[in-house]
Design a protein around this ligand. Sequence first.
Ligand SMILES: C[S@@+](CC[C@H](N)C(=O)[O-])C[C@H]1O[C@@H](n2cnc3c(N)ncnc32)[C@H](O)[C@@H]1O
Length: 746
Amino acid sequence: MDRFLQDPEGEKLLTEHNRALEAAEALRGTPFKPKMTRDELLKQFKYWQRTNKEHSRRQSSGSAVHVSFAIPIYPPCLAPLEGLKKVMLKDLLLETHHRGSYILVRSITQAESMGAVMAIVEDEEKDAISLRMLNEKLRCQDGCVDKGQILLVKEPYLTSMSDTEYVVRVDHVSDIMFIPFFDEMVPSAWRERIPEHETSQWMARDWLSMGNEYLNRGKFYSATECYSKGLECSPTEEEKHYLLYYRGLAFFQVDEWDASLRDLDAVPPGPKSDKALRGKAQTLYRLRRFRESCDQFTKLCKKNPEDVSARNDFREAIARLVEQKKGIYNFSKMQEKASKTHPPLLDHATWIGPVTVSQTESQGRGLFTTEAVKVGDLLVCEKAFAYATEHHSRPRWSSTLHVNTETRTTARGGQLALASLIIEKICKTPSLEAAITNLHSNGFRQVSTGLVDGKPVVDTFQVARIISLNSFGSPTSSRGDHIHDARDASGSPGRLHNCGTWPYASMINHSCMSNAHYAFIGDMMIIRAATDIPANTELTIWYLLPAPENRPMDFRHWGFECSCTICVDIKATEPHVLEMRVRQHAQIAMALKKSSEYSRSRAEVLIDRLTETYRRPLEQVLRLGLWEPLILIAGVYDSLMQQDEAREAVVQALAAVGFVIEGGVEGPLVVKKWGLAMDNLVIAWIILWRTLLGVAPESAKQAARYARMAYLICVGEEESFDATYGMNFKVAHEPVEEGEVEGWVV
Ligand SMILES: C[S@@+](CC[C@H](N)C(=O)[O-])C[C@H]1O[C@@H](n2cnc3c(N)ncnc32)[C@H](O)[C@@H]1O
C-alpha cells in the first residue's frame, strides 16, 4: 500500500488551516463585495504569474513547499443545466455553495497553473473575479483555458482565498462546462469569431469543414463540438459518414474511448469504412477489450492482407490476449522497457490467476485462492489503472504537501497527481468509472452515478478518499529497489517514488503474517504466493512493513487494528520490554560495526538477551525483531569465513520469520514451510549456500535454488536473477562470463 507517510509539519498546518476555516465560517452568507477593481485584479494576476514562475524555479531546486488544502468536502452538482438558474457575480454570497444556480463567465486572462488552475473571469455585467479550478491541467479540454474562453460554473462556491481576495472555487471537474463560441447561451457581445446570425445558417457541411479545421490544428474538443452540431443539421448519408468518422477520430485523439467506439461503430458505409474499422480495433485495444480488438483486426486483415501496419497492430493485440488469458509474460523485456521509459507505463494486459474476490468475515471483501498454489506461483499480474510519476530531473512531489482536514492527515507525494489522472480517465471514459468507485472508501457517501448533461459526475473528494485507502507507492522496478536496499542497508532516501492504483490488488487485505507478496515492473504489479497456499484461503499482503523495532503497528489511516498473532503479542508486551528491544537492536548493530572478536561475542550475548524477551514459543508467535540482527551477524561471520557460525545464525534468522527447514549439513536441505518474504531474504539464502558449499554440496545447490525462489517472490521475476547475483554463485575455477555480472556482489 501507499507508504507516503505523515508529515511532521502537518499538525501545525492543520491548526493554522482550521483557524482560517473558522474565520471564513463567520462570513458565510454575507453578500459579495469585491475588494479589488477589475484592473487591480488583473494587475495582481500578473504579479502571481511572475511569482509563480519564480516559485516553480525554487521548487525544482527543492527549497519551497507548496501546500494544498482539501477544504471541507462537498458533493458535486447533480442537477442538469436546465434545472439551474443563471445568476450574476454580484448575486453571490460568501462562503456559500449556490445550489440550484449557475454563473456564465468569460476568461479575461490565460489560465495559469498555480497548484490549481487560476484565471480571472468576468460576467456579462463586466464584474470580475478569480476562478480557481482544481484539476491540474484541465486535460479534459483542449489544453488550457484561453483568454476569451466561455465557462459555465454549476452551483458556484464563493470563498475567501486570502485577506485580500475572493475566488469562485471549482473542485469537481463535472461542475464546470466549457461553452463553445457558437452555443446559443453565449451572449452576442461575447461572439467575437463568428456572429450568431451567421452560424445559425450553417449546414452540416459547414460544421464538417469547421470541425476539420480544428482537427488539423489539434483542437480536438472544439472539433467534436463542430461535428456534433453538423450531425444535428440533417446531414446527408455521406456527410454523416464523415462527421461520425472524424468525430470518432477526434475522440480517439483525446483518449475518450467510449465516445470514439460509439461513433466509429455507427459510421455508415463509405470511403472511410476501413479506417473506421481500424479505429475500432485500436479503441477496443485501448479499452483493454483484447478479444474484440482481435476480432476487428481479423476482419481488417482479411480485407487488406497487404496492410503491414494493421498486421503489426494485430500481432500486439494477440500478444495482449495471450497475456490476459494465459498469464504468460516476457519479464526480461518488461524490465528492459521499464528501465528505459519514462514514465514506465508498459503496454501489457492484466492477468487474474487462480484467485477470486469474496466477502471475508470481518474485513470487507478479500482475495481468495480458487485452487492450491505453490510458493512463487504467479497469482495476479495487473496493469495500473492510473500511475503517477515524477522525473528525477524535475522533482515536484517532495515540495507538495497535501493537507486533508477531513482525515486530519497530511501527505507529501504524488497522490494529488494520481487523483488528477484518475478523474481525467473517468471523465473521458465513463465505462471505466466502476473500477474505481467500487473500491473501498470507508463509508464515503457516493453521489448517484450516471451522466448529467452528457458527462459523468465525478466527486473529487470521493476519488481522493479512495486513493488514500487504495493506492500503492511503487519503485520504478522492484529489482532496482532490491539492488539499492542490498547495497545500502541504511535505506537512505532519495529514490524515485511513483504511485498508482491497481483495482484488483486493492481487494487484498493486510496481515503481518502475509502469504502473498507484490512487486513492480514499471506500472505492472506482480503478485506471487510467498508460501504454499491451500485452495479457498484468503491472500494477504503487507500494507506497512512489519516494524523490526516491535512497536505496535499503526493502521489508523486504513481504519483497522491488525489482529495477527504478532500484533496481538506486541500489544500484550510491556512497553519497557519493547523499548529494551529497540535499544538492544541499536547496541547489536553498533557492536557489529567493530571488527574485534570481543564485539562479536558481545553481539552474540545481546542477541541471546533479545531472544529471551520473546515469551511465547516461536511456533505460536514469530520473532521478526531477530531477523535483522541475525542476518547482520551471519554476514559478519561469512566475511570472516566462520561458516559454521554464519550457518547457525542464518538458520535461526529464517526460523524467526516462520521458515521450517530440515537438513542442510546432515541430509538434504528442504524448506518444509516458507516464512515471511523479508528484506534480505535472498542474501540469507546466498550466505547459507556459501556455508554449505564445502560441507554439503547438494544442499548448497538447493540453497541456491531457494535464493532464486526468494528473488522471484521479492522482485516478481527470476529472469534477472543471474544478472543481479550471478557473481555470487561462481566458484573459484569458473570463469566469469562477459556481461553476466552487471549487478553486484554480496
Ligand atoms: C485496500 S482495502 C482492502 C479491501 C477491502 N477489504 C474491501 O472490502 O474493498 C483496505 C481496507 O480493508 C480493510 N482491511 C484491510 N486489512 C485489514 C485487516 N487486517 N483487518 C481489518 N480490516 C482490514 C480496512 O477497512 C482497510 O481500510
